[in-house]
Design a protein around this ligand. Sequence first.
Ligand code: BGC
Ligand code: ZN
Length: 368
Amino acid sequence: MKAIAVTPKTPNSARVIEVPEPKVGDVPNGRGVRVKVLRVGLDGTDREINDGLYGAAPPGFDYLVLGHESFGVVEEVGPAVHEFAPGDHVVALVRHPGHSLYDTIGRPDLTTEATYHEHGINLLHGFLTESYVDEPEYLVKVPQGLKEVGVLLEPASVAEKGINQAYEIQRRLKVWQPKCAAVLGAGPLGLLATLFLRLRRLEVVTFARQEAPYLNSELVEALGATYVSTNQRSLSQVAMEGPPFDLIFEATGYSPLVFEAMGVLAKNGVLVLSSVTGGKRMVEVPADALNLSFVLGNKVMVGTVNAAREDFEAGVRDLSMAEAEYPGWLRRLLTRKVEGLGTCPKEIKLLEFGPGNIKTFVELAPLQ
Ligand code: BGC
Ligand code: ZN
């Protein structure tokens, strides 16, 4: 069968290759689940891997099958699988456990080990292929009614983890009642974070560079949130004029903004950092003032990566809520469909996230 693979650390190597078909029996003890891949979303991580900046092949391979944002349908299960049946729609977890304490309690997203195993990214093949076999432990069921937008569950799980971690941390305050949030960035992650914060009834201001109106700003406003172009007003200006930001979710990929966010966070507030920044950027910051405001304001800043099963499950609930409360909104994120694997390498090379294109996804087989 066909797959899209790269030679890790080699720029522009995405190509179609032939790989062996996986069998349910590849997983021991009758626990295999064979999934036919229907859709795979693409993001900046895929582009960075194809740029040769990131990614590693599984042991014994000189290629890495790409794709970590999957959506598929179960075709066959081993005799000891009771969690899934053929016809179930599923999304696969991205990270598999290592050996730290966190890995052993089902939280590989919190691993303290130096190496981590991520499908389509690091040491595990991805899902840009016709089918894959995994264990039920690494699959999440998606209800039939979400199949049109199920490919958004993986990025949704990343936004959910950041927000869930923030709420978990804020239990330190006993009576935290956040009113206003800022989301930095209006790409898929920023938009999904805006959605989930709106579903929690927060006032949300979402910041991005591009001037309104365009698709992303319209999507922000369709949620009853406010869109601000940082070309017109900076985060600090908006913070001075309005209520303080109890929660800030950073998802721009531009690390200097973190320090501006630190400066405007409300007392007792929480700042969530989610951008994977591979560069070497240096900036000068008002260190004393930022430190003082964190100390005197009991503020918290937390980094977040990947997601646990519970964040995928929270994603399923919130995507369902979104379909009920903002019908059609999620579908508008799926801006570019690539048909089949044939033209996919070109799309990965040209992958652009400019205004107007929010999520490119590959359709490997029609939704069923
Ligand atoms: C993926 C995460 C992953 C991260 C770092 C992101 O694109 O969505 O699941 O943990 O990259 O590799
Ligand atoms: Zn991703």
